[in-house]
Design a protein around this ligand. Structure first.
Ligand code: T46
Length: 192
């Protein structure tokens, strides 16, 4: 399992090894010690899975505030997504900056999104299924969100406001400057 720190060093790209043979492949897709070797110890407690039927479905940008903040480990079982994480930790040198990576069933990549980041994705293929581990349970009262297309963040989504498929909830979120983040940067990440 290969772990790589991205431009925002708290965000980590994960590439499990696939052992191929005449039947197909076998892969250890999550291994807690591999993260521990990288200085990361997250106690994931729930797996979530979503199906998005159409390409161009945008889910996000979401987070849960403390005491139910969530770290996430995101992977794609079927199809493909542009996966995005936005740094919303007050005092972070990369506050408001984001990383966008393509995760797909084909590239087998995963994205680790720690607490303190808003998360969202846009599907790039029909019938895309996303599976992600979370480190805390669902807490509607702690749910928060930021407008997916906030120009202050400037994500280069492959869809427009006219073509994106959004939930009613996601259409209502305000921009980065419309909320007081509940997260504070603690300087934890080791520089890449
Ligand atoms: C998140 C969640 C939702 N639900 C129920 C609540 C609704 O009845 C239904 C759909 O929820 P929602 O529209 O919030 O689902 P998404 O828009 O996919 O939300 C997720 O999208 C982005 C990409 C994220 O990173 C979060 O994990 C999560 O916010 O599932 C649950 O029962 N448990 C849960 O953990």
């Amino acid at each position: 399992m290969k772990l790589t720190r991205l431009d925002i060093p708290d965000l980590i790209l994960v590439e499990p090894k696939r052992h191929g043979d005449n039947r197909g492949f076998f892969s250890e897709v999550y291994k807690r010690p591999a993260f521990a070797d990288f200085g990361i110890d997250i106690d994931f407690m729930q797996d979530n899975q979503s199906l998005s039927v159409e390409p161009g479905v945008v889910r996000g940008l979401h987070f849960q505030a403390p005491p139910h903040a969530q770290a996430k480990l995101v992977r794609v079982l079927k199809g493909a997504i542009l996966d995005v994480a936005v740094d919303i930790r007050r005092g972070s040198p990369t506050y408001g900056r984001h990383v966008a990576v393509e995760l797909s069933a084909e590239n087998f990549l995963q994205l680790l999104v720690p607490v303190g980041f808003a998360h969202g994705f846009c599907t790039l293929a029909p019938n895309t299924e996303v599976l992600y581990k979370v480190s805390d349970g669902y807490s509607p009262e702690c749910e928060g969100g930021i407008a997916w297309n906030d120009p202050a963040i400037g994500i280069a989504w492959p869809v427009s406001a006219e073509t994106a498929v959004l939930s009613a909830k996601d259409k209502l979120y305000g921009g980065l400057d419309s909320f007081e983040t509940p997260f504070v940067y603690d300087g934890s990440a080791v520089e890449a």
